[in-house]
Design a protein around this ligand. Structure first.
Ligand code: GDD
Ligand code: MG
Length: 383
């Protein structure tokens, strides 16, 4: 069944191409055995959250432009029905770049469409952006967001009526004239694709946008102050989880019950002597032991066990994790089914992959990363 929805402003079916490329190496070991799209953010796969955002603005059809084999993504997301959209997969035999990937998906596009990078979460008002695009009769409208250091992004200069004057991808600091950068969300007319060569590596940022601007085409910008965050690094990943559960941004966090700041997603067992403080998302089936302390912001997946006297502070823990008694976890991420032994410490920026067995008394600090499936004997690591 094709589930279609109408855009709020134009009344036509709206399609979105999401660019899913890259290996997400900076997020390893979380992405060693899982595509980044499936990495959970506040206990829901990242891409599912992004699709829900698009859907809330009228997107009914999603085209996943995938730089590699789409099989793993298809296994998780299927035809999208569960998320209320229809998903098709547009694979590339080799990465074609941000523009080449959209050109490669042209057969699915039949009108005005959304294109977006698949590596951020945002509250940018797409409905307003579509309205601006329509009003300006733009060929492309680019969403802009402010950042502190624009040199790692596409810097976009506009004039007084929101028309884009210049687009410079990753400029040297001396050339930065504004802190408004390309947020990686575009409204496009299909004409943009017409003159692009097929099956050729092409980037929107370095090839297409500069060419359109040089040709005087109507390229506009939608400036937004809404939240915008990527999950490129473990640090950003922790930040994104905290933001989503904070209640400060309008994101659907589902939970079955709530005790103060603690959002509980199903039946759990919290020992009378266990304490939960601050904003916490607690998955179903979790057991919190006597004397254990969880301090938010913290996200804990389903079926985790937090042992007696263990302390968890500002952490993200995926499903089925076992944390031994007296262990201390602070500002770290632990992936699914891992076992953290008694008295272990997993601190500042550390990332433990899935199915790791960390023997008792190990101490991980300063961003140490443990690859999936590793077994670390007791008292082996101490830094
Ligand atoms: N299908 C496909 N094929 N997708 C690709 C390819 C490709 O060959 N290359 C990149 N992508 C996807 C990435 O997975 C990501 O979702 C998006 O396109 C952007 O690529 P990145 O590699 O993440 O680019 P970036 O972060 O350096 O810069 C881009 O994003 C910034 C905002 O985060 C640019 O669009 C900048 O202008 C922008 O400011
Ligand atoms: Mg990126």
């Amino acid at each position: 069944m094709l589930v279609c929805s109408k855009t709020k402003d134009t009344g036509v079916d709206l399609k979105a191409v999401i660019l899913v490329g890259g290996e997400a190496t900076r997020l390893r070991p979380l992405t060693c055995d899982l595509p980044k799209a499936v990495v959970p953010v506040a206990n829901v796969p990242f891409l599912e959250r992004f699709v829900a955002y698009l859907h809330s603005h009228g997107v009914g059809d999603v085209i996943l432009a995938v730089a590699s084999d789409p099989a793993r993504l298809e296994r998780y997301f299927g035809d999208g029905r569960r998320m209320g959209v229809h998903i098709v997969y547009s694979p590339e035999s080799r990465p074609l770049g941000t523009a080449g990937a959209i050109k490669n998906a042209e057969r699915y596009i039949d009108g005005r469409f959304i294109a977006c990078n698949g590596d951020m979460l945002t509250g940018i008002d797409l409905t307003e952006m579509l309205r601006l695009h329509h009003e300006k009769q733009a060929m492309v409208t680019i969403a802009l967001t402010p950042v502190d250091n624009p040199t790692a992004y596409g810097v976009v200069e506009t004039d007084g009526v929101q028309r884009v004057k210049r687009f410079v991808e990753k400029p040297p600091a001396a050339q930065v004239t504004t802190n408004m950068i390309n947020a990686g969300i575009y409204v496009m007319e299909p004409e943009v694709l017409r003159d692009m060569p097929a099956n050729k590596f092409l980037m929107l940022e370095r090839d297409v946008f500069p060419q359109l601007l040089a040709a005087g085409k109507p390229v506009y910008a939608y400036q937004s102050q809404a939240y915008w965050i990527d999950i490129g690094t473990p640090e950003k990943y922790l930040e994104a989880n905290s933001l989503l559960i904070s209640g400060e941004v309008p994101v659907g966090i589902s939970y079955a019950s709530r005790e103060g700041d603690v959002l509980i997603q199903g039946p759990v067992a919290i020992h009378a002597g266990g304490r939960l403080k601050g904003r916490i998302l607690l998955g179903k089936g979790c057991v919190i032991g006597e004397g254990a302390l969880v301090v938010g912001p913290a996200v804990i997946g389903d079926n985790c066990r937090v042992g007696e006297g263990a302390t968890l502070e500002e952490v993200v823990v995926w499903d089925g994790v076992e944390i031994g008694s007296g262990a201390v976890l602070r500002r770290c991420v632990v992936a699914s089914e891992s076992i953290i032994g008694e008295g272990c410490q997993v601190l500042e920026g550390c990332v433990v992959g899935s199915r790791v067995h960390l023997g008792r008394g190990n101490k991980l600090d300063r961003g140490v990363r443990i690859w999936p499936g590793r077994v670390i004997p007791p008292e082996t690591i101490s830094f």
